[in-house]
Each structure stands twice: as structure tokens, then as C-alpha cells.
Write a protein that binds this ligand. Structure first.
Ligand SMILES: NC(=O)c1ccc[n+]([C@@H]2O[C@H](COP(=O)([O-])OP(=O)(O)OC[C@H]3O[C@@H](n4cnc5c(N)ncnc54)[C@H](OP(=O)(O)O)[C@@H]3O)[C@@H](O)[C@H]2O)c1
Length: 196
């Protein structure tokens, strides 16, 4: 399985390092082009290459880790239709804080925009430095919460989470789980749990 990272910043790099250590093939991308990521790809090591956003989008799974206000620009020229998208973004707009009960969660919005029913929200609740740390801690594994509407996509993402050393906790649908994972506003962000 090849994973494309769109947004090789703090979160994207932390994820890529764990995935590379676990043997996944990855292509990392940013807004400035592959040349600016060659050195980072080398530092991460393993089967990681620097590529364009298009290269990343052609992977089996896309890990989306740009800032909320960058999402539309990052994915406007690529096709992610029915692609498995791991959405690590957090909606930081005022509209989010004011969202009424029943309105869409941020990952539902991304699913609509990307035309994918296979969005899995994950890796958005830990601070980047915590996500980057060793997931094996005190005899247990650090918890990654995830939610999504497509059971096959969730199974694949759960497999990635486990293989890279974390303990996945399924929160249900994007609508229900996404509310718990919301930052700010949800009850789970910044919670650093170890599953023993
Ligand atoms: N930092 C945290 O502790 C944390 C924790 C949980 C969730 N999150 C969420 O994770 C997401 C990423 O946060 P971050 O802290 O990792 O951000 P970041 O360090 O600023 O990284 C953002 C990355 O996105 C890239 N990017 C920007 N515009 C792009 C475009 N149009 N096309 C492709 N790539 C583009 C940037 O590349 P360039 O530098 O080339 O523009 C950069 O590599 C955010 O939604 C944030 O809310 C962050």
C-alpha cells in the first residue's frame, strides 16, 4: 500500500516517520514542490519520496494534513473521488465554533468537497510533538481515535494505525465520532491516552 501525504508539515511529517518506520511506501508533498522536500524525505528515511500533490493523490491512501484554510487550494486540482482519505485537519474557523447541532462535521465537509465517501478522520487529536513521539509508552500503546462512514476504509485505516504502533479506537460515523474529535469543542482533542 502506498500512502500520499498532502501537507508535509508538523502532523504530516510525524505520521510519515511512523509509517516509514513500519515499512510503508510514502510520497510526501507540500505547496512549494518536491524540490523543497527532498532533504526531509531523506531525513524521514525508509521508502519515502518527495513528490507533487498530484503524485500524493495517486496513492492508495491519502493523508491530508494541511491547515483548514489551505484545504480547498490543496485539493482543488486533483481527483480524490472515492479515495481513502485520512483527514487529520482541524477546522479552526468561527463557523465551526458556531456550528448548530445536526450541521456537518469538518470531515463531512471535506468528503463533500473531495467527492469521497471514504474519509476517515484520524490523527487530529494529538499535538504534533506527541504524535511524533514513540507510540509505545509505559507498556502500552498511544491511542489514535478514528471515525468514518465506510467500513472498508475504516478497516484499512485501522490496519495502518495498528501497524505503525498505535492503538486505534473506533468512534463510529463521521457525524458522531467527528463531533468528539472536534478541535476545539470535542471532548477528545489533546487527550493523550495509553491503551494497556
Ligand atoms: N500542529 C498540531 O499540533 C496539530 C494537531 C492536530 C491536528 N492538526 C491539524 O493538522 C493540520 C496540519 O497542521 P500542521 O501543524 O502540520 O501544519 P503545518 O506545519 O503548517 O503544515 C502544513 C503543510 O501543508 C502544506 N500546504 C499548505 N498549502 C498547501 C497546498 N495548497 N498544497 C499542498 N500542501 C500545502 C504546507 O506546505 P508549504 O510549507 O510548502 O506551504 C505544509 O507542509 C491542520 O489542519 C491542523 O489543524 C495540527
Amino acid at each position: 500500500m502506498k500512502i500520499g501525504v498532502i501537507g508535509a508539515g508538523s502532523i504530516g511529517t510525524a505520521f510519515a516517520k511512523h509509517a516509514a518506520d513500519a515499512g510503508y511506501e510514502l510520497v510526501i508533498s507540500n505547496s512549494r514542490g518536491a524540490d523543497t522536500l527532498e532533504e526531509k524525505a531523506k531525513q524521514i528515511g525508509g521508502k519515502v519520496t518527495a513528490g507533487s500533490v498530484l503524485d500524493a493523490a495517486e496513492s492508495d491512501v491519502v493523508f491530508l494534513s494541511v491547515r483548514w484554510e489551505q484545504v480547498a487550494d490543496a485539493i482543488k486540482n486533483i481527483s480524490l473521488e472515492d479515495k481513502i482519505i485520512i483527514d487529520a485537519t482541524n477546522w479552526d474557523g468561527e463557523e465551526f465554533v458556531l456550528a448548530k447541532p445536526g450541521s456537518k462535521t469538518s470531515s463531512e465537509v471535506i468528503g463533500d468537497f473531495a467527492k469521497s465517501t471514504k474519509v476517515v478522520k484520524a490523527f487530529n487529536t494529538l499535538y504534533a510533538q506527541v504524535l511524533a513521539a514513540d507510540p509505545q509508552k509505559d507498556g502500552g500503546k498511544r491511542v489514535i481515535f478514528y471515525s468514518g462512514n465506510d467500513s472498508n476504509a475504516k478497516a484499512q485505516v485501522s490496519g495502518i494505525i495498528n501497524r505503525i504502533g498505535f492503538a486505534g479506537v473506533d468512534l463510529g460515523s463521521l457525524h458522531e465520532g467527528g463531533k468528539l474529535q472536534r478541535f476545539p469543542g470535542g471532548s477528545l482533542p489533546a487527550l493523550n491516552l495509553i491503551k494497556l
